[in-house]
Design a protein. Structure first.
Length: 126
């Protein structure tokens, strides 16, 4: 599988589901994941001394780091009103595009995968 184009994934979501929905999803994702992460980590480390709860908290916090760049991209795309342009010809075969990008969106469940993918997609400066 080729490296996921994160910005295009966000643009496709905006084009298909609408800017309000996507901005709400990513905003709530950041807030909820940070909140759950802090609560689980704090409880696991200081109250119950549960390794699993502390690990869940760390997972949620690292997962929140995926949603921060998604939210930044979404704000930028909505502000520029460029979702259709960034999606390009893929929007013509909407069903196929959504199937492809839905599978690729599973990357969101892997902590730090989005920031790493974004860094790998940046042009290398020599």
């Amino acid at each position: 599988m080729a490296l996921v184009n994160i910005r295009k994934l966000v643009a496709l979501d905006i084009a298909g589901l609408g800017p309000r929905f996507i901005l709400a999803e990513f905003s709530i994702g950041v807030i909820l994941l940070v909140g759950l992460g802090v609560l689980s980590l704090r409880t696991g480390l200081f109250r119950t001394h549960s390794t699993w709860q502390a690990l869940a908290g760390a997972y949620f916090l690292l997962l929140a780091l995926n949603y921060i760049p998604l939210l930044i991209y979404a704000i930028s795309i909505v502000h520029k009103r460029s979702a259709a342009v960034e999606v390009g010809k893929e929007i013509q075969d909407r069903a196929r595009s959504f199937r492809t990008y839905r599978r690729q969106s599973l990357i969101l469940l892997v902590p730090l995968a989005v920031p790493i993918a974004i860094l790998m997609q940046q042009p290398h400066k020599h």
